[in-house]
Design a protein around this ligand. Structure first.
Ligand code: B12
Ligand code: SF4
Length: 495
């Protein structure tokens, strides 16, 4: 069968497509796990953000798929709906399957979107089984993890147990199925790899627990190294590890660093997400190994520096320093120090605008970011489907915006008890622009020519909405903020 797999073009403030265009790891993993005789094309629409309609039309004509699959996050739901409408208008009898976080956690939303199948949770085996059934005219009733349309009704089969990825059940991704070009992270071709799946924590804002329960599964190092080599052979120079929480098993992570070094794969740049507690507690041995293995940026889930907010986010445990078996308080500064001492850069993940936040508490977090992090990744709490936080916000009546396409993390869609959503967002936006500028010399040193030639675009993006008057300080920055919001609204019309 011909199968076309698409990831959505929608990006958000901290991932400007002019300099960061990353592939979606789910789609190549699906492509690598269907029966080999299928002809699969994977297209990451982030690569063609300004010509989505035209590209989807061309791909539909070129590959003439029987099955179209879309990977969707909540803020991309509206775009997904428009793409499905377009594809159906080109080929009415097309079978459409959706998967990823949003369809898995809010399947009801897809019932009226022209979708035939919803793949809930991990997709490799479910999708393989679905294609087999479609090809052979078999029944889909026995495929765990699948929801399907039966007449006017939707049938939801039982959940599929999470994959035991240790035993080779999930084969390597098929990067050769990609049909668009242009992946980049500041001029270096970027790819994504996985070394593990799952997390045993339960932060209230995170979708992972509802998606797959609290568990942690790991790929063998042989498989990880083969995946890295495959990404490198497809041209990647920078690799993003998409593990939900690689720092759950620090000894394994250290051994992985050693394996990367021993395999001579440490000439690549690696980006990873980590817990502050793991880095603070084990930084002495872990951080030098990470550096030697080629880790350059570490995204730290700091979430907030205030105890009250951490409690609301259920993120206190993962931010506690437990060196020598004692609870030594917040781990953040110690973790950052270890990373900096070992010449790694810190992407600081913070969440501001929580229910009890005041102007002062938000400012305290912004000031912390100014002082300690290299690249701010500050977000607003966003009520994604079925997270514990969503229930809290609903119960407190604090959700002020139901337009899901704005649920991108940098648009405040909830207010606090003391501050409007707009005020919270304005504070973050205003502070963060300048923090980003400060990081320019660092990226310039690493990627001189690329950054030099793209600096005007990068600055124009960071400061969009500004005018000559605002630059000269003759205009209230609230006006610039309003213009920025208008531009952002227009940008969201991808299809
Ligand atoms: C890595 C990651 C990123 C990377 C993305 C790198 C990339 N291009 O892939 C970065 C850091 C850039 C990122 C950014 C964002 N992310 Co993110 N990210 C993740 C993370 C940690 C892992 C995702 C992943 O790749 N997993 C590995 C793959 C193999 O698994 P998978 O995606 O789940 O896919 C499987 C199934 O879902 C299914 N499936 C998926 N698609 C499809 C399609 C079909 C057709 C089928 C059949 C099956 C299927 O099968 C796959 C294989 O089993 C998750 C989860 C987490 N713990 O936080 C969040 C997560 C996906 N991100 C999320 C969000 C919201 C974002 C952001 C909007 C901002 C933010 N809040 O951080 C931005 C938006 C990015 C953009 N487009 O601009 C949310 C989504 C919530 C939701 N309900 O939509 C998550 C769940 C985190 C959370 N808050 O809970 N993210
Ligand atoms: S530690 Fe990370 S992956 Fe785990 S629940 Fe918290 S935010 Fe999600």
């Amino acid at each position: 069968m011909n199968v076309l797999l698409l990831s959505m073009p929608d990006s958000f403030e901290h991932m400007p497509a002019i300099v960061i265009r990353m592939p979606n790891g789910a789609l190549t993993s699906l492509a690598g796990n269907v029966d080999p005789h299928h002809r699969v094309a994977v297209a990451d629409l982030i690569l063609v953000q300004n010509r989505v309609r035209q590209t989807v039309t061309e791909l539909m004509q070129k590959f003439d798929p029987q099955v179209l699959g879309l990977s969707v996050m909540t803020f991309q739901r509206r775009t997904a709906g428009r793409i499905i409408e377009l594809a159906r208008s080109l080929k009415p009898n097309l079978k459409v399957a959706v998967g990823g976080y949003d369809p898995s956690l809010a399947p009801a939303a897809y019932a009226e979107m022209g979708v035939d199948y919803i793949v809930r949770g991990e997709g490799e085996i479910t999708f393989r089984d679905l294609l087999r059934a479609l090809e052979n005219g078999g029944s889909v009733e026995q495929i765990p993890g699948l929801s399907y349309r039966s007449g006017k009704q939707w049938v939801h089969n039982s959940d599929r147990p999470v994959h035991g990825i240790e035993n080779g059940e999930v084969r390597l991704p098929n990067r050769g199925a990609r049909v668009l070009k242009g992946y980049t992270l500041l001029g270096r071709q970027v790819d994504v790899i996985e070394t593990s799946r799952g997390c045993t924590y339960d932060c209230s804002f995170c979708s992972i627990i509802e998606m797959r329960g609290r568990n942690f599964h790991t790929y063998t190092f042989d498989r990880v190294l083969a995946d890295i080599r495959d990404a490198r052979d497809h041209g990647a120079r920078t690799l993003f590890l998409v593990d939900d929480n690689i720092t759950l098993n620090v000894r394994r992570f250290e051994a992985l660093c050693r394996a990367i070094i021993d395999a001579g794969l440490n000439h690549l740049d690696y980006f990873v997400q980590a817990m502050t507690s793991a880095i603070a507690t084990h930084g002495e041995t872990l951080a030098p190994l990470m550096r030697q293995a080629g880790f350059r940026y570490v995204f730290l889930g700091i979430e907030n520096i205030l105890e009250g907010d951490l409690a609301f986010l259920r993120a206190a445990a993962k931010n506690t320093d437990r060196a020598n078996g004692h609870n030594n308080g917040n781990a953040t500064v110690k973790a950052i120090d270890y990373l900096h001492q070992n010449k790694m850069l810190v992407v600081g993940g913070l969440i501001v605008g929580n229910p009890d936040d005041t102007r002062e508490s938000i400012e305290a977090n912004l000031e912390f970011a100014r002082q300690y992090v290299d690249w701010p990744y500050i977000q607003h709490p966003t009520p994604y489907p079925r997270t514990p936080m969503t229930k809290d916000f609903v119960d407190k009546g604090l959700i002020i915006n139901q337009r899901l396409e704005e649920y991108d993390g940098t648009t405040a869609v909830v207010r606090t008890e003391h501050l409007s959503a707009e005020d919270a967002e304005y504070m973050r936006w205003k502070a963060e622009r300048w923090m980003k500028v400060r990081h320019l010399p660092s990226v310039l040193r690493h990627d001189f020519w690329y950054v030099l030639s793209h600096a005007p675009q990068m600055l124009a993006h960071t400061f969009r909405g500004s005018s000559v008057r605002s630059v000269l300080g003759l205009e209230d920055s609230r006006k610039t903020f309003e213009r920025y919001k208008t531009i952002r609204k227009q940008e969201r019309e991808y299809v």
